[in-house]
Design a protein around this ligand. Structure first.
Ligand code: 5GP
Length: 211
């Protein structure tokens, strides 16, 4: 088939659905993935490092980047800005990587509109009780913040149909495989291989020329 072109992949899901762990595990198991690093105005959580989880920037700097058109998409989430740096993603896609954007739904919808080839995946926990437990067990957040994340989940649940696939994250290893297979499947879609299909048709035409 085609020399593989990188796919732009959007992964959203409720905060606490386990997207972060799922994606880290996917990337460590398979070489073709690259997770994009976003810019945000929120403060680093304990253990987070500049340039690893996020580029942590001040609000003024973020707004300056917006005005210069440096984001593929950006959105506000629970009082902070989050955005995907265009250059970071484009550079990696040129190298043939499947670039994963772990972003919330407003950003996902901007990507869907501006990059119609993107694959949109939504990760959910096996149940809402499980979601609540995971948020509580994180321990790093106040009850108020947890409640605002649950309210946000309720809103995001209304937009799930905009996504191409849903991944139920119950058992990590299983979900990693499922995610990988869905993306592999996308590489085989006819619409992503038209160049190769045309070449094959030309070759067939050559083969039967004399008939
Ligand atoms: P957190 O503060 O928990 O790291 O992230 C909060 C939410 O922001 C998550 O749903 C995460 O997926 C989303 N997010 C992270 N980076 C971006 C981004 O660049 N753009 C958008 N639209 N959302 C993002």
């Amino acid at each position: 088939m085609n020399k593989r072109k990188g796919i732009l992949i959007v992964v959203s899901g409720f905060s606490g659905a386990g997207k972060g762990t799922l994606l880290k595990s996917l990337v460590s198991k398979y070489e073709n993935y690259q997770i994009s690093i976003s810019a945000t105005t929120r403060s680093p959580r304990e253990g987070e490092k500049e340039g690893r989880e996020y580029f942590f920037v001040a609000k003024e700097k973020f707004e300056d980047m917006i005005s210069k058109g440096e984001f593929m998409e950006y959105a506000q989430y629970v009082g902070n800005y989050y955005g995907t740096p265009k250059k970071y993603v484009e550079d990696r896609m040129k190298k043939g990587k499947d670039v994963i954007l772990e972003i919330e739904i407003q950003g996902a919808l901007q990507i869907k509109k501006n990059y119609p080839d993107a694959l949109l995946l939504f990760v959910v926990p096996p149940s809402i009780l499980e979601l609540k437990n995971r948020l509580l067990n994180r321990g790093s957040e106040t009850m108020e913040l947890i409640e605002s994340r649950l309210r946000r989940a309720k809103e995001e649940a209304m937009g799930i149909e905009e996504y191409d696939y849903i991944i139920v994250n119950e058992e990590l290893d299983f979900s990693v495989e499922e995610l990988h297979h869905v993306i592999e499947g996308a590489h085989h879609m006819t619409s992503r291989n038209m160049e190769w299909i045309r070449e094959m048709r030309e070759q067939l035409t050559e083969e039967v020329k004399g008939e």
